[in-house]
Design a protein around this ligand. Structure first.
Ligand code: MN
Length: 714
């Protein structure tokens, strides 16, 4: 049974200058207000705050933390008021104790993984002071140690909550000893059979295991000593919960997991750590991918160590951690190591820099402006960009800071958002632009025929709300355009003594829809309403007698093709020093004026002209090559093949053909193919005057709607 004197002695041991007075007064006050209360165990209630204070002293926390630990339940369970604490102690103590009280009123049971993460975040976000979390963890630790006094159902629920919320928070803060103890205790109550089984298996092999651990420890120790390193070697078996999770998650047998024994080497300096690592790797073969250098790259919570796994003396796997004394201290107590007193001095100098790791807790968030300021105020705001609020059922929802009841409503459901007329926050009606605060309980008030307002866009913060409101406004606009478009079309058709409503069901109308490049009749009508299409465009096909739509594209190509002139051979190229020579152009590379060219003497056929970059030209015998140049005075045109990539649509081909002929080129041949991914690949051979002309044509074609690329082939 712990006594207050033990705790006071503990504190003076690690912090001789601590003002113990506040701890003593807190003890007396706590005893007074808790007087007569008993725990389920039958012990006086005071035992609980005493044990909690003792755990905090074990963590070497400051006197205020220990005092607040003694007082942590007084606001919730006794007649003590905030005013009492403020007057009898201090605003600081009141702040910490009310922080703890606030957290205990937070509903935290959940069955969902995602929800658990939200609760953990909210938990951290709601604590205004890091000591609130540390006290909460100590409180939970003592409650877990005494869980057996609860009913079986309560035990399970509390154990599950511990596993879901508290153990991960302890891990995140780097306080691994608390994490482990919480997990071991929770495991015992959640899976009593599995726990007993593992306990039994461990017990059976214990003697053998201990001999083995002792021999490996001795081997390592001797090798370190030989190298003049010294240091401490520790060996441990895994705890039950981690054996169990490994077996379950990786589907391993007990032997396979239990084989994995962990050893720890603790040395004075960082260089000794690396030296020791070298020694270990020279003794036993390392498993390469298992090596982790957390000294070079510390974990976000400042954990530092070298981790390696090697094949040990009897072919088994051994995990070895190597670190300095200081690293070991941090590894054991995590954030508390930075918080505790060290050798009587108040918190070491480097803390402000070390607290940089908290940034990493603040997932995806911006960094602190000033870590020093943070430390001075002992406040944490781990998730400055988010607020956590409750649904009336007690579920937590995360929202960006500044979010409003409208954002919350859309988060629940789009329809709830659309019909939202107001909201109650903590039972009070609030205006829609109200900014939600962490801890708010939000209830949306809806009305059946209510619709979203454009004004909401001025204050909503979430992407979901914004886009849903916009979508709704757009759909409203479309509806208006449809009725307007329909009216215009009916009038236009009526003038021609046609009935639009009747014709809109005809096959012909389907064709018109397709030709105009819209998806549905409704889109067509809406487009007329928006003014994107004219009513005459829709009307024309119904009035024109000759509208042979089929083959329209085909006939256009044919028409263009027929315009191709048969050209007579003409010298567009000079061959240096030679006149009147037969000139041919390479089919492989289709040179056009402006291209760098080279001639190649073909026996009996004169000179073939290739582009200088043509692969075939490069392959020719250098002795047969001859310099040639373009005759700029020639009006000849030259065939060149181009490739066009585009997305399919109605009228695409005729637009491309139109664009080419408008640029003053003739089309010699055309082919086109639709690919699986809706892309159309077309090839045209066209006649161009020169390279600049070709470039002009290509750039015109690229401007055709839906064309992705147009380029010369080869
Ligand atoms: Mn408590």
């Amino acid at each position: 049974m712990i006594r207050i004197n033990d705790i006071l002695e503990k504190i003076s041991a690690y912090h001789p200058a601590a003002g113990l007075d506040v701890v003593e007064r807190a003890y007396v006050y706590s005893a007074q207000v808790h007087a007569g209360q008993v725990r389920l165990s039958g012990e006086p209630y005071l035992m609980h705050p005493l044990e909690v204070a003792n755990i905090l002293a074990d963590m070497k926390l400051d006197a205020v933390s220990v005092a607040a630990g003694l007082l942590h339940d007084v606001l919730e369970d006794t007649r003590a008021t905030p005013k009492d604490l403020q007057e009898l102690f201090s605003a600081e103590i009141l702040g910490v104790v009310s922080g703890v009280t606030k957290l205990s009123t937070m509903p935290t049971s959940t069955s969902q993984e995602r929800q658990a993460e939200n609760i953990r975040k909210m938990f951290l976000a709601m604590a205004s002071d890091i000591r609130v979390i540390l006290i909460k963890l100590a409180d939970r630790l003592h409650n877990m140690r005494t869980l057996r006094f609860h009913s079986p159902e309560r035990r399970k629920a509390i154990a599950q909550e511990t596993l879901d919320i508290y153990a991960p928070i302890a891990a995140r803060l780097g306080i691994y000893w608390i994490k482990t103890e919480l997990e071991e205790n929770a495991f015992k109550y959640i899976e009593p059979e599995a726990y007993a089984q593992i306990e039994n298996l461990v017990a059976k092999s214990r003697a053998e295991r201990e001999r083995y651990i002792a021999s490996v420890k001795e081997t390592i120790r001797a090798r370190l000593e030989q190298a003049g390193l010294g240091g401490e070697v520790l060996g441990r078996s895994k705890n039950y919960f981690s054996i169990y999770t490994k077996m379950k998650e990786q589907n391993l047998s007990f032997d396979q997991v239990y084989d994995l024994t962990a050893f720890r080497i603790i040395l004075e300096t960082v260089s000794q750590c690396y030296e020791a690592l070298g020694l270990i790797h020279s003794m036993w073969k390392p498993i390469d991918y298992k090596f982790k250098d957390y000294i070079g790259r510390p974990k976000p919570n400042m954990y530092q160590s070298l981790h390696t796994t090697v094949i040990g003396p009897v072919g088994e796997r051994i995990e070895i951690q190597i670190r300095t004394v200081e690293m070991d201290r941090v590894a054991k107590s995590g954030i508390a190591a930075h918080w505790s007193y060290k050798e009587g001095s108040r918190i070491d100098e480097n803390i402000s820099q070390r607290f940089a790791w908290i940034q990493d807790l603040v997932e995806n968030q911006e960094s602190f402006r000033d870590p020093g300021e943070f430390l001075e105020n002992v406040r944490i705001d781990l998730f400055p960009e988010e607020v956590y609020v409750f649904t009336p059922k007690g579920e937590i929802r995360a929202l960006p800071r500044g979010a409003t009841p409208v954002d919350f409503a859309y988060l629940i459901h789009t329809e709830v958002g659309h019909k939202c007329v107001g909201a109650k926050v903590n039972g009070q009606m609030v205006s829609l632009p109200y900014q939600l605060q962490t801890g708010d309980i939000v209830e949306v008030v809806t009305a059946k025929n209510h619709t979203p307002s454009k004004d909401w866009l001025k204050f909503v913060k979430t992407i979901k709300a914004r886009s849903k409101i916009r979508q709704w406004i757009k759909s409203q606009e479309k509806e208006r355009s449809i009725s307007l478009g329909r009216e215009i079309l009916e009038k236009t058709f009526r003038k021609e003594k046609l009935n639009f409503t009747l014709l809109s069901k005809s096959e012909k109308m389907k064709e018109v829809v397709e030709q105009l490049g819209v998806k549905t009749l409704e889109d067509l009508i809406a487009n007329v309403g928006y003014g994107k299409l004219t009513p005459l465009q829709v009307l024309r096909p119904f009035t024109a007698r000759e509208a042979a739509e089929d083959g329209f594209q085909q006939s256009l190509i044919e028409k263009l093709m027929s315009r191709v002139r048969k050209k007579k051979p003409q010298a567009g190229v000079f061959v240096k020093g030679v006149e009147d020579i037969l000139i041919k152009f390479g089919k492989c590379c289709q040179p056009v004026p402006g291209d760098a060219i080279i001639g190649y003497i073909t026996q009996g056929y004169g000179v073939t002209v290739h582009r200088a970059s043509c692969v075939n030209a490069l392959r020719t015998n250098p002795e047969r090559q001859i310099a040639v140049e373009w005759n700029t005075a020639s009006n000849d045109t030259y065939p060149v093949k181009i490739q066009i990539l585009s997305y399919d649509r109605v009228g695409l081909l005729s637009d491309i053909v139109g664009s080419i002929s408008k640029s003053g080129a003739n089309i010699l041949s055309a082919s086109s193919e639709t690919k699986e991914n809706k892309m159309v690949e077309s090839y045209f051979t066209i006649n161009v005057g020169d390279k600049a002309h070709l470039e002009r044509i290509l750039s015109h074609v690229r401007r055709v709607k839906q064309v992705q690329d147009a380029r010369r082939v080869g």
